[in-house]
Ligand binder design. Sequence first.
Ligand SMILES: [Zn+2]
Length: 225
Amino acid sequence: MGIPRFRNHPIIKEFNGLKRFFRSHETSVSRQRIRDFKKFTDMIGSTGDEVAFDLMGSVNFGQAKEHSDTDIVIYMKCDRGRIGDCDPENCSRLNLYKNLLINTLVYEYSSQTYPVQVVDCINLNQLDYDLKIRNTNSMTLVRFGFYRSICRGINRKLLREYENRLSADDDLCKSIEQSLADCFFGLIHSSQHSFSFQKYIERLQDDGFKVPDSMANKIKSYLNT
Ligand SMILES: [Zn+2]
């Protein structure tokens, strides 16, 4: 899974170690949300279109509760082969998926609605282009490598081709790797809701699990890095 080279990056390794600990106490709400998103990508797939997600935040940590937000990254091909970032101003397809997500996933599949936050959207046309021209300054490649190293993928078969192409290009990986840590700390400090370790610890303890001191210390030192 992901890009092997990035998996061994010290920060990524540490993050995934913490994630594994929380996931070993996964909530049923987390599992249900994963099913909701799978159902959604299958539905889009049946229309001949393709979309994939990376789930961040509480679902990634297996700690989602009924009213938790679901933080997602969307992967899709923009209209008519267009490259560049997709944002709601310039991209009809992103708006379409956002509306579909809210209407089907949140209202139809689930008896209880929950907020979905689109943290980022990666245009697969741009990713394809940057891989082709071996763009060592590509923020799209950095974001892709980053999300694929720490998140929970839905419809991963769509992403595998891009993962393989990046993995196979060692020089490109090396230049991307240098920006991973920056991306990481930027995200930790900017979107706190996605990295709420304290909240996850409290949830576990509410459910009667004691987080071992060694793990609590690890988290503390990690957040102060
Ligand atoms: Zn777009």
